[in-house]
Design a protein around this ligand. Structure first.
Ligand code: SAH
Length: 357
C-alpha cells in the first residue's frame, strides 16, 4: 500500500483487505472499524488494543480523516447548533444539529459548494468546489457527537450540496452510518433531499433502502420550476414525479415534497390548486418552508396568513402537509449562509462558475 488511503471510507470487507495487505491479522480490521465508527476515536494512539507497530503503520499509510472545528454557534432560541468545519484540504463546510423530542438530528453537507444553481439558495452561489468523501460526511456526525456527548439518532442530507450529484460517496456514507458495527443509525431516521436528478432517484429506489426521499419541488408547473431551479431545464416535472412514484413502489417509503414559499412567485391559491392536482394521486407528504431570504437575491417569504391558506387548500384536497418549523434563526440557520459569510470574511476564493451537468 504505497498511497495514503482513506481507511475511514472503507466498508469492513474492504478494510479487511487493506489490513491484510499491511501484513496484519484479519481480526484487526474489526477492531479498527469499531474504533473509527463506534468508539469514534480521533487518533490511532487511542486504539490501545492494536499493536504499537500496527498503529505506527496506520498513521504512515492511512492517516485518519479528521475535520477541524472552525466555529460553533448555539442558538439561544431553540438549542440548534451550527458548525463550520475545515476539511483536510482547508475547504470549509457547515453542518447543523437540531434537537427534537424524538432525538438529535444532524444536517450534513455532501459537497463543498453546489452546481445546481437554485435561485433562492446560498449554497450554490460560488459553484461546486468538490465532492465530499464518505469519511468527510461521517466526520460531521462524529464530531458533533464527540463535542456534544449526545447521541445522534437522525440524519438529513440537506446541507450544502446535491447528494445525488455525489451518488457513490453518499451511498457508501449511508452504508457506514447505518452499519451495526458503527453508529448504527436506523435507515428510517435518514432523509436524503434532492433537487430531482431523475436517473439517480431511480438508482436509489433500486437500492431498496428504508430511507426517506425528499424532493425539492418548489413549484407546481414546469414553467415556474424553471424560474427557480435550473435543473428543471434538464428534467421534465412529470419525469421527476414519475421517478418519485417509482421510489415509493420500490421501497414502500412515502416521499416528502419540499416546497419553499416565495411571496408572489409560487404561493398563490392557484399554485396550491395546481400542486394538489399534480401530486394528489401520490402517497406523499408536503413540507412547506417559508423561503429564507438571502442577501444576493430579492426573494421574500410569503406572509403567515398566505402560508396558512396554502396549507388549508392542500389539506382540503386530502394532502398531508406540515409547515417546517424554523430553527436557529439567530445563527444563520438557512442553507449555506454561514459558510458563505465565512468565505467572504476570509476572502477565500471560491470555485468558478458552476459547471453544466
Ligand atoms: N440539493 C438538495 C439538498 C440541499 S437543500 C436539494 O435540492 O434538495 C435542502 C432544502 O432547502 C431544499 O429543498 C432546498 O431547495 C431548500 N432551500 C435552499 N435554500 C433555501 C432558502 N433560502 N429558503 C428555503 N429553502 C431553501
Amino acid at each position: 500500500m504505497e498511497q495514503k488511503t482513506d481507511l475511514k471510507s472503507m466498508t469492513l470487507p474492504e478494510l479487511s483487505e487493506a489490513v491484510a495487505a499491511m501484513g496484519e491479522k484479519s481480526f484487526r480490521a474489526g477492531q479498527l472499524f469499531q474504533w473509527m465508527h463506534q468508539k469514534l476515536a480521533e487518533d490511532y494512539e487511542e486504539m490501545t488494543n492494536l499493536p504499537k507497530s500496527f498503529r505506527k503503520k496506520l498513521e504512515e499509510q492511512g492517516p485518519l480523516t479528521r475535520l477541524t472545528l472552525v466555529e460553533r454557534l448555539v442558538s439561544r432560541l431553540d438549542g440548534t447548533e451550527k458548525y463550520l468545519f475545515a476539511l483536510p484540504d482547508g475547504n470549509v463546510i457547515e453542518s447543523v444539529l437540531m434537537r427534537y423530542r424524538h432525538g438529535n438530528s444532524v444536517c450534513i453537507s455532501t459537497q463543498a459548494g453546489c452546481r445546481m444553481g437554485c435561485r433562492f439558495c446560498a449554497s450554490t452561489l460560488g459553484g461546486l468546489v468538490r465532492n465530499l468523501l464518505p469519511s468527510e460526511m461521517l466526520e460531521q456526525v462524529y464530531q458533533i457527537q464527540r463535542i456534544t456527548k449526545e447521541r445522534v439518532s437522525h440524519l438529513v442530507a440537506m446541507g450544502t450540496g446535491e447528494p445525488l450529484d455525489n451518488y457513490d460517496n453518499v451511498l457508501r456514507f449511508l452504508s457506514l452510518l447505518t452499519d451495526e458495527k458503527g453508529l448504527h443509525i436506523s435507515q428510517r431516521n435518514i432523509t436524503v433531499s434532492t433537487c430531482g436528478l431523475v436517473e439517480k432517484i431511480r438508482s436509489l429506489a433500486k437500492e431498496k433502502l428504508q430511507i426517506t426521499l425528499a424532493l425539492s419541488l418548489h413549484a407546481s408547473s414546469q414553467e415556474k420550476r424553471k424560474k427557480l431551479m435550473p435543473v428543471a431545464y434538464k428534467y421534465e416535472l412529470e419525469d421527476v414525479l414519475d421517478a418519485c412514484r417509482y421510489y415509493f413502489r420500490e421501497t414502500g417509503r412515502r416521499v416528502t415534497f419540499e416546497y419553499s414559499l416565495v411571496a408572489g412567485v409560487n404561493d398563490t391559491s392557484e399554485d396550491a390548486r395546481h400542486l394538489a392536482e399534480l401530486i394528489g394521486d401520490m402517497n406523499c407528504h408536503v413540507n412547506l418552508i417559508p423561503v429564507n431570504p438571502i442577501a444576493e437575491r430579492d426573494f421574500r417569504p410569503s406572509r403567515e396568513d398566505g402560508i396558512a391558506a396554502f396549507k388549508n387548500k392542500l389539506e382540503k384536497n386530502r394532502i398531508n402537509v406540515t409547515i417546517r418549523r424554523e430553527m436557529g434563526r439567530d445563527i444563520q440557520g438557512a442553507c449555506g449562509q454561514l459558510r458563505r459569510s465565512y468565505l467572504s470574511k476570509e476572502g477565500v476564493p471560491e470555485a468558478g462558475q458552476s459547471q453544466e451537468g
